[in-house]
Structures are given as structure tokens and as C-alpha cells.
Design a protein around this ligand. Structure first.
Ligand SMILES: Cc1ncc(COP(=O)(O)O)c(C=O)c1O
Length: 409
């Protein structure tokens, strides 16, 4: 035996964190590093006090044991109310499974849907975990590209071609789902309603299960309008993913949820298996479930907190984008949602081999830690997290511009 490890364990990696050791080393040697690699809002926006108070209250009420595996009823009820008031959706308790973040929901989805060698359609650039989790389940991604020339929106014509080709090759039955992200990490795009509708119609025509990761569904700006998949997919099998991490500024709570609103055969099978998966791992963090229930229910406090956060993020993203636009070696599509910027880099003019080298040199020479685009299926790009205060972020952008000029000489 060469190694005790399974073959699929090779896929257990995370490009966002891969330079962390290097950062630790640099910091130990006294260098100051600006880390704009990880989308972790509580680092810059403390989790709202009313949510923390609810967490502590649950602890004091001895809510410290296992809970109902699919999620405590106060949280399930709060999710039902949110979707009723926001989208006029009538959900039932068993439509919802509470998970340890969207991350765990992704793990459940791939475990219950993917047999060895089967596929899912993943849109590129993608949030890196989609591909990792699919591969860890033995799956093979089929990539479809978001259209960079059209604000990184979906491209229905190209999706139709892919679906038709899969059908003609008898691969459609082994292509288990199509996964979109709205608003998007890493592009910051908010998908347009019209194009989203076309994609919903295609999913219906080709009978492919559609999943929308809407974890940033309250973080959009620059006059963008967000449409949830559940508004357009009535009567069509689909799933919405969401959670506490971004809108509720509580990444460390590790709480997310999946919603399957329809009751057709596919939807019923999926939601029942999601619940079975929840039972396998017993439950998720108990006080955090009560804290998110409060987050979702206390609309007055939530509105205040999210309005402040979005206003700040809008300022920070726009200012950083303005500075990057001065850089002739970068091409940046202005983001309208989430808090990421994904500039295309002209590595050739900089005589830098690729995104790995760019990230490594920028870190070691300028103390700015960004993420390589190839981790998201975008090897000509780098990803910037625009959460630090404006003066720090602007300084980091100036450093990136300085770095590019230095290499272009
Ligand atoms: C699009 C997207 N989905 C899911 C996640 C992970 O979410 P969670 O913290 O709920 O596991 C992230 C985290 O950055 C994300 O950007």
C-alpha cells in the first residue's frame, strides 16, 4: 500500500487559505500583511449585538444539547416567515434543512445526488468549494462560463448548447444539478432577472435540478436589483441555499439552510434525503440556531445592521474599483453585489508567469494577500475581498497598482 489515504482525498484543498502559512511566517518576521483573501465580514463588521445576545440567552437557557436534526422549530419558523414576507413563498417545515453553513448543505447535496463519475453543471468563475465538494463525492464538473463581456451574467445560449449536447450523448440523466450563485463570489455579479428566467426555462425544458446559492442575497448595491430563484421557478424542481454567514454577519456560527419549495417527485426525494443526512450528523450548533432565529425575526435590528453594512461595502467596493481602473494592466468588471472584485490581469505585460506567481510576489514584496483566480476557475484573474475600511483597502489597491507598474518596467 503506497498510502493509507483514499484517492479522492487529493481534492481536499482550499485555494483561499493556501498561503496562510507563508503569511504567518511573514508576520512572525515583523512584516505587516493586509489580508484581503477571505470573505469574512465579522472581522470588519462585528456581529450585531442583538444576535450575540440571543446566542448568550440560548446558552443561559441551557440550550446546549442536541436538537431536532433538521433544525429547531423557532429557526425553521423564522425561515418560513422570511420567505413568505420577502417572496410570498408558502413553505412547510419539511421543505427546510438547517445545516452547518452552506458548506455542509453542499456536502449533503453531492452525497445524495452524485454517484462515481456523474456530473453537475458548475458556472465559472465559481466559489471554489462547489468543485471540491463535487469531486470529493466522485463527481466530475461540467463547466459553463459566466459571460465576462456581459457583466459576468449567465449566457443562456451557451447553456442551451451544453444541455442539448449532454442530451444527445445520453449524459443528461447523469448530470444531476446546475448550480448558480447570486450574488456571486468571486465576480460580485447580481444576475439579471430576464436572463435568470431564461435559465429557469432551460432547466425546466431539460429537466435538470437547479440550485441557487443566495448566501449574499441582501448584499447588493449600485442600484442593482436581486431576484431570488424561488420567484421565477414556481412549479419547477429547485433548491435555495442561504445562511447566517454573510447577511447576518456570523460566519463562525456555522449555520446555513437549504430550501426545496416544490413537491414534485424529484423535490420530495431530495428534501427527504437532506433530512436523512441531517440525522446522520445529529444536529448543528444549538445556541447558534436560536441566534439566527432572532436574526431573522428581529426585523428592526436586522434592517439597521444590514443597511449599514451594505452602504459601507458599496463605498469600499466602488472606491477600490475606481483605483484598480487606473491600472492599465487590469481589467475590472464593477461588482454590484457581495464584496469581491475579480480583476483580469495582463500577466504577459508584467512578465509574470501566472496568478500563482502574482499572488506570491504581491504578498512577499508588498504585504498584500489576495487569492489566485485559478482557485475559482479564472486563471487570468486575482480575487480581492473588499471588506477592510476604505483607507486600508485603498492603500492595498495603490500597492497593487504600484506592484504592477514596477513589473511593467
Ligand atoms: C457563494 C458562497 N457560498 C457558500 C459559502 C460558504 O458559506 P457558509 O459559511 O454558510 O458555509 C461562501 C463563503 O464564502 C460563499 O461565498
Amino acid at each position: 500500500m503506497d498510502s493509507i489515504l483514499s484517492k479522492r482525498s487529493v481534492y481536499a484543498e482550499n485555494s483561499i487559505l493556501e498561503e496562510e502559512r507563508e503569511v504567518e511566517k511573514l508576520e512572525k518576521s515583523g512584516k505587516k500583511i493586509i489580508e484581503i483573501n477571505r470573505g469574512d465580514p465579522p472581522v470588519y463588521f462585528p456581529t450585531p449585538k442583538y444576535i450575540i445576545d440571543a446566542y448568550i440567552k440560548a446558552l443561559r437557557a441551557s440550550e446546549t444539547g442536541y436538537t431536532r436534526a433538521e433544525g429547531v422549530f423557532p429557526l425553521i419558523d423564522a425561515i418560513i416567515k422570511r420567505y413568505r414576507s420577502k417572496y410570498k413563498l408558502s413553505l412547510k417545515e419539511n421543505d427546510i434543512t438547517v445545516t452547518a453553513g452552506v458548506s455542509e448543505a453542499l456536502n449533503f447535496i453531492n452525497t445524495i445526488l452524485i454517484d462515481q463519475g456523474e456530473s453537475a453543471i458548475i458556472f465559472r468563475p465559481y466559489y471554489n468549494q462547489y468543485v471540491t465538494q463535487l469531486k470529493l463525492s466522485g463527481g466530475v464538473p461540467i463547466f459553463e462560463d459566466y459571460d465576462e463581456k456581459n457583466n459576468w451574467d449567465l449566457n443562456p445560449e451557451s447553456i442551451k448548447k451544453t444541455l442539448a449536447s449532454l442530451k444527445s450523448r445520453n449524459r443528461l440523466a447523469h448530470t444531476k444539478y446546475m448550480l448558480i450563485t447570486n450574488p456571486n463570489n468571486p465576480t460580485g455579479t447580481v444576475l439579471s432577472r430576464g436572463v435568470l428566467k431564461e435559465v429557469v426555462d432551460l432547466a425546466n425544458e431539460y429537466s435538470i435540478f437547479l440550485i441557487s446559492d443566495e448566501i449574499y442575497d441582501e448584499i447588493y448595491f449600485n442600484k442593482a436589483k436581486f431576484t431570488s430563484l424561488c420567484e421565477l421557478a414556481k412549479g419547477i424542481p429547485h433548491m435555495i441555499l442561504n445562511g447566517a454567514s454573510k447577511d447576518f454577519d456570523a460566519t463562525g456560527f456555522r449555520i446555513g439552510y437549504s430550501i426545496v419549495p416544490e413537491n414534485d417527485k424529484i423535490s420530495s426525494e431530495i428534501k427527504s434525503k437532506m433530512a436523512d443526512m441531517a440525522k446522520v450528523r445529529l444536529c448543528v450548533n444549538t445556541p447558534a440556531q436560536y441566534a439566527l432565529a432572532e436574526g431573522l425575526s428581529n426585523l428592526t435590528e436586522h434592517k439597521k445592521a444590514i443597511a449599514y453594512m451594505v452602504k459601507e461595502i458599496e463605498k469600499r467596493v466602488n472606491s477600490a474599483t475606481d483605483i484598480l481602473e487606473e491600472n492599465e494592466f487590469l481589467q475590472t468588471v464593477r461588482p454590484n453585489g457581495a464584496f469581491y472584485i475579480l480583476p483580469r490581469v495582463d500577466f504577459k505585460s508584467l512578465r509574470i508567469k501566472n496568478d500563482y506567481e502574482f499572488v506570491d510576489r504581491l504578498l512577499k514584496e508588498e504585504g498584500i494577500f489576495v487569492t489566485r483566480g485559478s482557485g475559482f476557475g479564472a486563471e487570468s484573474h486575482i480575487r480581492i475581498v473588499s471588506l477592510p475600511p476604505k483607507n486600508i483597502l485603498d492603500y492595498a489597491m495603490d500597492k497593487i497598482n504600484y506592484f504592477c507598474k514596477k513589473y511593467a518596467k
